[in-house]
Design a protein around this ligand. Structure first.
Ligand code: GLU
Length: 468
């Protein structure tokens, strides 16, 4: 029981779920899910000025879109403030922390003098070893008694052993003068109390790990396994930013990328399993390991994302795909499908899902199934239609009346009709696409006929014949 893996995602609710955060959440989710462990969600809302409920909502929505389900309740860090303070008081009682009465002015003066003397400007409080009987009656902060010599080694699964000289660390404040706990303390207490065994997060937190270890050690708590993952860069190798395109995970939903493709792509952003590019969730859960995380920043590559999305669309279940497309339409603020369109889309799905990399591409192919008579034709379709001699489409209809509606027989009927009229099949297919879909680029003529059925097919062809 005690060796169960517990990971967590601990976003600060100050904005949407960005790509980097989504990838961190995914790594933690994969690591836990692949090991029968738990994946917890903690909202780090201690910064009251910057945290908003809307941001929490956006993060939850982003995770839900990505299918990153968490175990248990969402934990609010702010709500644990009393517990965080309790730990600081315990350290104080045990002599591992102390009350520091130094004022801001005194600290500034200390630094100035240190600078003038060419010494380290890290504040060394005169209160560290002061006798409590000398304590004045004025506000104080609580500082941890950090080790002053030796080294602290962060054994990181991605970065390797990172050694920090203890004389470079100051006595970090645990409680502010108003008695509120600092963020760094909150993180450690929460991770300990939540039973977190593995902390997988961005390497911008690597420096924090050294300070956080001081608290683990002072409390005699087991230090979790650390894995600090490199940030994500844009295709130009610079830190990912708005100028590289969308940053919010959910913006990708609104652009019509399937969640499974996004998960696959995000998993590959900084982690690899041999040469595997395309994989399912099941494979990712089985394969994901901290050893496969690279040390250098991954580069975001939209082409790769699209390519993987296309492969995931192709293998998706038709009903699930239809459902996800409807959610996409909603997320993109596009009109919802009618019940009929929804059914038609699902029936047509088998011939739409290969070679569509995004939902807009798939819906473009689905146009024939979603549109109703009279079929509006675009310019190319109009041209294709006028290239066929009058009467050809008219002559085709009786043959379709008699054909049995199977792919084989339709193929036979159309091929022999083309031959009898001295046409190459391609010459006939263009006008048929125009008649059936009003577009020049469509699924195969046979697929369209099969999806539309005999009556609708003949009606659309007759409409076109009457107009050409
Ligand atoms: N709240 C921090 C952030 O959003 C993460 C802290 C952690 O994972 O320890 O960057």
């Amino acid at each position: 029981m005690s060796d169960q893996v517990v990971t967590r995602f601990a976003p600060s609710p100050t904005g949407y779920l960005h790509i980097g955060g989504a990838r961190t959440a995914l790594f933690n989710w994969l690591y836990a899910r692949g090991r029968g462990g738990k994946f917890l969600l903690r909202i780090e809302d201690t910064d009251r000025e910057r945290s908003t409920p809307e941001a929490t909502e956006a993060i939850l929505k982003g995770m839900s879109w990505l299918g990153l389900d968490h175990d248990g309740d969402v934990i609010s860090q702010f709500e644990g403030a009393a517990r965080h303070a309790e730990v600081a008081h315990q350290l104080l009682a045990e002599g591992k922390a102390y009350k520091c009465f130094a004022t801001q002015e005194e600290i500034a003066a200390f630094r100035e003098q240190a600078r003038a003397e060419g010494k380290s400007t890290l504040f060394r409080s005169p209160w560290r070893d002061a006798d409590p009987s000398t304590h004045p009656d004025r506000p104080f902060v609580v500082r941890i008694k950090a080790p002053q010599d030796g080294t602290t080694v962060i054994r990181d699964k991605v970065q390797g052993d990172v050694t920090i000289r203890n004389d470079q660390l100051d006595d970090m404040v645990l409680l502010r003068s108003d008695g509120t706990p600092v963020y760094m303390l909150a993180v450690v207490v929460d991770d300990h109390d939540m039973g977190v065994t593995h902390v997988i997060r961005g390497d911008d937190h690597l420096n924090n790990a050294a300070r956080q270890m001081m608290i683990y050690e002072a409390m005699g708590w087991k230090v979790p396994v650390w894995a600090h993952i490199p940030l994500i860069h844009g295709p130009d190798g610079k830190k990912l930013s708005k100028r590289h395109g969308a940053l919010g995970a959910q913006e990708y939903q609104a652009m019509g990328y399937p969640a499974a493709g996004m998960r696959n792509y995000l998993a590959r952003l900084g982690w690899s399993h041999g040469d595997d590019e395309f994989f399912t969730d099941e494979q990712a859960k089985e394969w994901f390991d901290l050893d496969g995380i690279g040390k250098s920043p991954a580069r975001f590559d939209l082409k790769k994302l699209e390519n993987l999305c296309g492969q995931h669309i192709a293998i998706s279940d038709d009903a699930a795909l239809r459902q996800e497309i409807e959610e996409y339409l909603d997320a993109a603020g596009l009109p919802a499908l009618t019940e009929t369109q929804s059914g038609d889309l699902e029936r047509a799905m088998y011939c739409l899902k290969d070679r569509a990399r995004t939902f807009p591409e798939l819906l473009e192919k689905a146009h024939f199934a979603l549109t109703a008579r009279p079929i509006e034709r675009d310019e190319k379709a109009e041209k294709a239609l006028s290239s066929v001699s009058d009467g050809i489409l008219d002559q085709l209809t009786p043959q379709l009346q008699n054909a049995s509606w199977t792919r084989n027989e339709l193929e036979e009927t159309l091929n022999s009709f083309a031959e009898a009229n001295g046409l190459k099949f391609g010459k006939l297919a263009g006008p048929l696409r125009a008649a059936l879909a009003g577009r020049a680029v469509t699924p195969s003529v046979f697929d369209m006929m099969l999806v539309l059925g005999r009556d609708e097919t003949i009606a659309r062809i007759s409409d076109a014949a009457a107009q050409s």
